[in-house]
Design a protein around this ligand. Structure first.
Ligand code: ZN
Ligand code: ZN
Ligand code: ZN
Ligand code: ZN
Ligand code: ZN
Length: 352
């Protein structure tokens, strides 16, 4: 692990290697701030156990499903892959009840036709052409002359001979003076097929959904779902380029935990303190696996070079030094760029 002396040496070496020693001078002291970086991922398997009454219409084979006595105490092996979802469906021992319905094999008499299969139907209907009112100009469909035809009403071309009273050109051509026509639904037979049961006289029984029997039982369900948590510390305060550099070539301390492992004893104190709060068990947690990596990043400010900030971190060989502009330098650059834009703007104003 780097200490302050190593960090300062690395910065001095970096300035020398770049040939900047004569221009910038080598710093003897520096302000060093340590940033502990932590990255990791925790995958937890979260379990829920629920129980409900089930009802099935018709036959069902439940013999293949595992049985339980107490759902809370029922043992199911831990999932091998914590990232996968697992669902186990069980049947409470002794809860399966099979009942046959009091209907006739799932069928019951059709309530509309009361099991007959047909319905009574009017054998004739009113003639749609004359509405039965104007069926014959002579007899009104009665067969005897009861209309006084002397009120100037003339028979028209469309009139037919009345089949009731025999008067020519007096009757409605559709019903021929009868006022009614045979019913198109029953063809004049007076009965029609029941549309609810299609003549069968029976319909599927509602209560058993036409199956004639029901099976009820108590079902237990054990579900395991993964819960993945990404960890990054600190959330702010470390420039992106420093993070990226450390990710790319830093020599991180790493640890991997499976299931309910505790943290290894040789973990440095700072690493342990950052990780520990994340390992609190969640509700329903049955297993956990985690990977963490930890690195101490040094931020170095040297009084001789106010325009620069050095970031130093260990690699497998020598410490790596990243040089970034200081906050003050960033403002200077921004101000210069804005100044250039302003000048350009004024020049354009003058030209136009
Ligand atoms: Zn019916
Ligand atoms: Zn007539
Ligand atoms: Zn008619
Ligand atoms: Zn009819
Ligand atoms: Zn039934």
């Amino acid at each position: 692990m780097l200490d302050e002396k190593n960090v300062l040496e690395a910065v001095r070496r970096r300035i020398e290697e770049r040939g900047e020693a004569s221009k910038l001078g080598l710093p003897d002291t520096a302000k060093i701030t340590w940033h502990p970086l932590l990255e990791g991922e925790i995958v937890r398997s979260i379990e829920t156990r629920t129980q409900e009454k089930r009802k099935h219409y018709g036959p069902i084979d439940l013999s293949g499903r595992p049985e339980y006595d107490s759902l809370a105490r029922h043992h199911v092996a831990l999932p091998k892959d914590l990232t996968a979802t697992q669902t186990v469906t069980l049947v409470q021992r002794g809860s399966v009840t099979e009942r046959s319905c009091d209907c006739s094999n799932g069928k019951t008499a059709c309530p509309r036709c009361q099991g007959r299969g047909d319905l009574p139907c009017d054998p004739s209907t009113a003639c749609t052409v004359c509405q039965g009112i104007d069926s014959c100009l002579r007899c009104d469909g009665a067969g005897t002359k009861n209309r006084n035809n002397s009120d100037g009403q003339q028979p028209t071309d469309e009139r037919a001979t009345c089949s009731q009273c025999g008067a020519p050109n007096a009757a409605c051509p559709t019903c021929h003076g009868r006022g009614r026509v045979p019913c198109p639904t029953c063809d004049g037979h007076g009965v029609r097929d029941c549309p609810d049961c299609e003549r069968a006289g029976t319909v599927p029984h509602q209560r058993c959904k036409g199956t004639g029997r029901t099976v009820t039982w108590i079902q237990g369900t054990i579900t395991r779902k993964p819960l993945t948590e990404k960890i990054k510390h600190p959330k702010a305060g470390v420039p992106y380029l420093a993070w990226e550099g450390a990710r790319e070539s830093g020599d991180w301390d790493r640890t991997h935990l499976t299931h309910k492992d505790t943290l290894p004893a040789d973990l440095t104190h700072a690493f342990r303190n950052l990780v520990q709060p994340h390992l609190e068990p969640r509700e329903g947690e049955i297993a956990r696996q985690a990977t963490f990596k930890y690195l101490r990043l040094a931020r170095v400010e040297a009084p001789q070079h106010p325009h620069r900030v050095y970031y130093v971190f260990p690699t497998v060989t020598s410490p790596r030094v990243l040089v970034l502009p200081s906050q003050r330098r960033t403002w200077q650059i921004t101000a210069t760029a804005l100044g250039a834009v302003l000048v350009l703007f004024l020049v354009l104003r003058l030209v136009s």
